[in-house]
Design a protein. Structure first.
Length: 424
């Protein structure tokens, strides 16, 4: 769309869950809100109840800095047995939305589509729904209709939602994007500082090869599949060193470990580099906490490091050599992949969903079925080998993200869709 419509200032109601930056969707919403404000649009944020205790840093801190009006909605959950009560809550929110005189309502949680449809109908505000993840419904039927339009973060998500009833001609694919300036490549000095900070008390040093996973530490995100593969990584890394890697090409001069054999002593002709270390950083799903602890304890001491969740992931990325994103449930997009590649870190990721779309072309060999432990282990080891021999790998990672998944194309696509579907 061209002409005066593109310069029109919109009143946009951004709808999200709570305001805490608990995942990729929440970060996307914050970044997009910031960009919409920079473009001169008026933005209000309609959100769910806070997820953190009142005595912690307020969830709204980032939004408070932006100065956007914040409005708490009612519970947006919907159930067949409670449909009448739920609809009554949705109507009340719709009446409140009517008073805001919005031009468009932008719902970033597609699981709340019933809320969005009722709120849009009552308020008279057109609805745009962002399909960030896989469908929550087996069949949508008539609820997908009306004036609603949909933005999918990947072609995989567009196909998945069309399969449960959203008309394909109402879905526009707008891939997510990251600000590459916020995820810069690490200079050697920055990488060393990050490694020292990360390794404090953990036994990591400049020569340790670090494989990073960050995100929710749960079974569905593939963390247990990665731990299953990690035993194979440790065993096969020793085999590769003894059969392929000449001693003059190795970095550290320390004994290697295998889970079954313990120390493998270097002979006079061959010295081995340190085994890689797996760093898991994120919040542990309560249901998986005990199993995770047992799975980590079953691996050689020091081969896996578990770190708490953190908002600033750049130091983790700078300290790592590569990243693994082995989600078993299909990722809608794959934000971790583009963040990591923006910093110059190659990624091994699940072949399905949005991560498989990002890792196309020369990167297709870095996608695997995460439930295949041997394939996952081989992909990790192959990537570590590439890092030893391909000095331009990091630069190509950054160029791939810059050219395809930067903020510019994403924001333009979102703004274009909101302008097109806002009320006149």
């Amino acid at each position: 769309m061209t002409g005066p419509t593109e310069r029109r200032t919109l009143r946009i109601g951004v709808v999200t869950n709570d305001l805490a930056l608990t995942g990729g969707v929440e970060r996307c919403v914050l970044e997009d809100t910031r960009e919409l404000l920079r473009a001169g649009h008026h933005v209000e944020v309609w959100h769910g109840a806070p997820s953190r205790p009142a005595d912690t840093t307020p969830d709204s801190a980032e939004y408070d800095q932006l100065g956007v009006p914040l409005h708490l909605t009612g519970d947006r959950a919907f159930g067949v047995r409670s449909a009448l009560r739920d609809a009554a809550r949705f109507v009340r929110d719709g009446l409140r939305l009517r008073g805001s005189h919005l031009d468009v309502l932008w719902l970033n949680r597609p699981e709340h589509l019933p809320w969005g449809r009722v709120a849009s109908l009552v308020s008279g505000v057109p609805l745009v729904v962002h399909l960030h993840h896989a469908p929550n419904y087996r069949r949508l039927g008539a609820i997908a209709g009306g004036r609603t339009h949909y933005l999918a973060v990947s072609h995989a998500m567009a196909r998945a939602w069309a399969a449960v009833g959203i008309p394909a001609d109402r879905i526009t694919v707008v891939p997510n994007g990251v600000d590459t300036a916020l995820f810069p490549a690490a200079s050697p000095a920055a990488a060393k500082r990050a490694r020292l900070a990360l390794g404090l008390g953990l036994g990591l040093d400049d020569d340790a090869r670090v494989v990073l996973y960050y995100g929710r530490l749960s079974r569905s995100k593939g963390v247990f599949a990665l731990l299953d593969a990690w035993r194979i990584v440790l065993e096969q890394d020793v085999e590769r060193q003894h059969s392929v890697v000449p001693s003059h090409a190795l970095h550290a001069r320390t004994p290697a470990l295998t889970p079954a054999l313990g120390p493998v002593q270097a002979d006079a002709a061959t010295e081995t580099r340190r085994l890689p270390v797996l760093v898991l950083a994120g919040a542990v799903a309560p249901a998986d906490a005990e199993d995770l602890q047992r799975a980590v304890a079953a691996l050689p001491a020091g081969s896996v490091v578990v770190l708490p969740e953190r908002d600033d992931v750049v130091p983790l990325l700078h300290a790592a050599d590569m990243v693994v994103a082995p989600s078993i449930e299909p990722e809608g997009f794959g934000r971790v992949v583009v963040e990591a590649m923006s910093t110059g870190r190659p990624v091994v990721a699940a072949a399905g969903g949005g991560t498989g779309e990002i890792l196309s072309g020369e990167w297709a060999s870095s996608t695997v079925d995460p439930t295949d432990a041997d394939a996952l282990a081989t992909a990790v080891l192959d990537t570590l080998d590439r890092l030893d021999h391909d000095l331009s790998l990091g630069d190509r990672c950054r160029a791939w993200v810059r050219d395809r998944y930067g903020r510019g194309p994403h924001v333009s696509g979102v703004v274009r869709a909101l302008l097109e579907h806002a009320r006149r």
